[in-house]
Design a protein around this ligand. Structure first.
Ligand code: URP
Ligand code: ZN
Ligand code: ZN
Length: 482
């Protein structure tokens, strides 16, 4: 079995930092060595020799990132998200994310088990990093409810429901109650897209009829009230049924206030946000006018829930909730669509713009900038990007932590490095997109080296991994529930 020592670095966990060396044997972490300990001394004096030593002096040694919300090749609005499992997981590796949890899609009329088999087929042998699945239940009926319990035994233990997209994915309250009762019974976790889709549909039709057709109106027709109302309803239905609830891609501060209140009351309710809601806004991005696309430029940032108004103060509140712990995890909701041929379907009708932003490569960097800006501690950075998502989704112990026995998914991060994000020369962008939602972002930090199960897949020369390295990781039940 090969051995590797990462020496001289500062190991960061969700609880703090320590000067430790990390010994990796094969695919696993073998030991954390205090400087001066017997084994560290033996290695230093040459009586025990690892096959390879990586000098991490001056750098952070952190668990590989866990991005618990991606949509590779997702079918949406008559097209497919333009990152495949191959291109999307390679971009993840570039950015220090070593596990993704992608969503299997079941829409009306489809069988859950067939869809799961299809996702296994798409991802198998095509991933640079390890992957797991959540299951979208777009059609709650007797058969899909039965499948939810079967999937638990297959390592798919969380189920996303939609309160938005009537006629496509939306579940009505009765269906939500039935799915929640099933989860309360089988130990699964309900993930909720909380927007009032029926109310939004009315606002969208009215806007289009009045000639308000640009991307800005995507945001204006999905106001915070529609998110807060749905979040409140989901929380009440979870309370009624006893199901644990994880609200995905929260962008409205009012929705988060509701989540915080439920948590204070002792309910198993959790919130997730995404980098776009922390940094970007309705005014600056959705309302943008650019040289190439004119007033359609904002289509790059059309996603749901939408980017929120800076004037309404959402972004600062989201950072605050990240510190308090009421936002449990930061995921990307990586769902990229190119402007050409995909987003441009919505010129003249914003409701036809495929929803989604690509960020899987940049999450670790974007959140580290929060550390540099004094918004998060370095331990909380590791927690929200690595440890908490692993615990939330039943991967902890194996992923999200550097401890003996864990998979050696490790990132060596240079806090004095620099990363320029975007598609221009010298900028970092490896996602399969014709634009970057993060063009021009400058990060005071840099992903230097990435290990996935003991194999270096990114080093200072770039990506050195392989297309079929990543494996499916069956998950246990959430380790976060009260
Ligand atoms: O705009 C988004 N979020 N697209 C992906 C699908 C979803 O609702 O997560
Ligand atoms: Zn969603
Ligand atoms: Zn999503």
């Amino acid at each position: 079995m090969s051995s590797l020592l990462i020496s001289g670095g500062t190991v960061v966990s969700a609880t703090g930092t320590a000067r430790q060396d990390v010994l990796v044997e094969g695919e696993r972490v073998a030991a954390l060595l205090e400087p001066g300990s017997a084994l560290a001394e033996a290695i230093r004096t040459g009586s025990a020799v690892p096959d390879r030593v990586i000098d991490a002096t001056g750098r952070y040694v952190i668990p590989g990132g866990v991005d618990a919300h991606t949509h590779m090749e997702m079918p949406f609005g008559g097209t497919f998200a333009c990152d495949t499992f191959e291109t999307g997981t390679r971009a993840a590796a570039w950015g220090g994310t070593t596990t993704i949890i992608d969503f299997v899609v079941q829409a009306h009329g489809q069988r859950v088990q067939d869809q799961l088999a299809l996702w296994h087929e798409k991802a198998g042998g095509n991933c640079a990093v390890d992957y797991a699945f959540h299951q979208i239940i777009g059609d709650v009926d007797d058969e899909s409810l039965k499948a939810m319990s079967e999937l638990i035994g297959e390592g798919v233990t969380s189920f996303k429901l939609f309160m938005a997209y009537p006629g496509v994915f939306l579940s009505d309250d009765g269906q939500i109650v039935r799915a929640m009762q099933t989860a309360a019974d089988n130990g699964g976790l309900i993930m909720m897209h909380a927007e009032n889709g029926s109310a939004i549909d009315v606002l969208v039709r009215q806007a289009l009829a009045e000639g308000r057709t640009t991307p800005l109106h995507h945001g204006l027709t999905r106001p915070w009230q529609t998110e807060q109302e749905a979040t409140h309803r989901a929380i009440m239905l979870a309370d009624l049924t006893g199901a644990p609830l994880y609200v995905v891609h929260v962008s409205a501060r009012q929705a988060l206030a509701r989540i915080a209140e439920a948590r204070d009351a002792g309910q198993n309710v959790f919130g997730e946000t995404c980098p776009q809601y922390l940094y970007l806004s309705l005014e600056d991005q959705l309302g943008a006018r650019g040289e190439q696309w004119g007033d359609f430029e904002g289509a790059k940032w059309v996603c749901s829930t939408p980017l929120r108004s800076r004037a309404e103060g959402h972004q600062d509140e989201l950072w605050r909730y990240l510190r308090t712990g009421d936002v449990t995890a930061v995921s990307t909701d990586h769902c990229p669509f190119c402007m050409k041929d995909q987003k441009e379907r919505g010129i003249g009708d914003f409701s036809r713009i495929p929803n989604g932003i690509g960020s899987v490569e940049h999450r670790m960097d974007l959140l580290f900038q929060g550390v540099r800006d004094g918004r998060l501690s370095v331990a909380r950075w590791v927690d929200v990007c690595c440890t908490a998502p692993a615990r939330m989704f039943g991967l902890y112990g194996r992923k999200g932590v550097i401890t003996p026995g864990a998979d050696a998914d490790i990132v060596i991060y240079d806090p004095d490095g620099h990363t320029s994000i975007g598609i221009g020369p010298g900028r970092s962008h490896h996602m399969n997109m014709d634009h970057s939602a993060w063009e021009g972002f400058e990060i005071d930090g840099h992903v230097d080296i990435v290990l996935s199960r003991g194999t270096v897949i990114r080093d200072e020369t770039g990506y050195v991994g392989s297309r079929s390295h990543g494996r499916f990781v069956p998950r246990g039940l959430s380790q976060n529930l009260i």
